[in-house]
Design a protein around this ligand. Structure first.
Ligand SMILES: [Zn+2]
Length: 177
């Protein structure tokens, strides 16, 4: 190929990619039925905290997450509908409790709708300080241990973790000290 036509091709490719990225995707909503209740719960919890979050523009699918999180992935691109992929395998979903499922969905919604990043802080008692922890061995450990443990009082802990999700400045609760 002559250098000139190569240049033209490159220019054309550049133009097309510019066009496609500047054209925003339409608002769309597609969430699997068994995930729907957690998205609704997320909206309700946001509203309770005077921090209404719209979930109108959101795509969630079951598939293979390839990001830093083992069980899920949030893809956030300018002008595009936020996309969450959840692994539906036994560990991540099939054998997970409702709390663990909620935790996973809230974690990914934290990335995609609240633009929260990972947070690895721990309390003096060793519990993760945030649902946004990405630790790979005890992934979503906040749900697997402190919230999911039948010996502990779930409700206040769940409340704390959701408070923290919507407000990262939430103070350390009494049980974390
Ligand atoms: Zn994550």
């Amino acid at each position: 190929m002559r250098p000139v036509s190569l240049l033209i091709l490159l220019l054309l490719a550049g133009l097309t990619s510019c066009q496609s990225s500047s054209q925003p995707e339409p608002v769309q909503y597609s969430v699997p039925t068994e995930v729907e209740l957690f998205v609704k719960s997320f909206r309700d919890e946001a509203k309770k905290r005077n921090n209404p979050v719209s979930t109108n523009n959101l795509i969630i699918t079951f598939g293979t997450a390839v990001g830093e999180d083992i069980c899920g992935e949030c893809q956030l691109e300018n002008g595009k509908t936020p996309r969450i992929t959840l692994n539906s395998d036994a560990f991540c979903w099939q054998q997970a409790s409702q709390y663990e499922r909620e935790c996973l969905v809230f974690h990914e919604l934290g990335h995609c709708l609240l633009t929260r990043a990972h947070k690895t802080d721990k309390f003096p008692n060793g519990a993760f300080a945030s649902l946004m922890n990405p630790n790979d061995v005890t992934v979503y450990a906040t749900c697997r241990y402190p919230i999911g443990n039948d010996d502990c009082d779930r409700r206040p802990r769940r409340d704390y973790y959701i408070d923290e999700l919507f407000d990262a400045g939430t103070p350390t609760p009494a049980w974390g000290k």
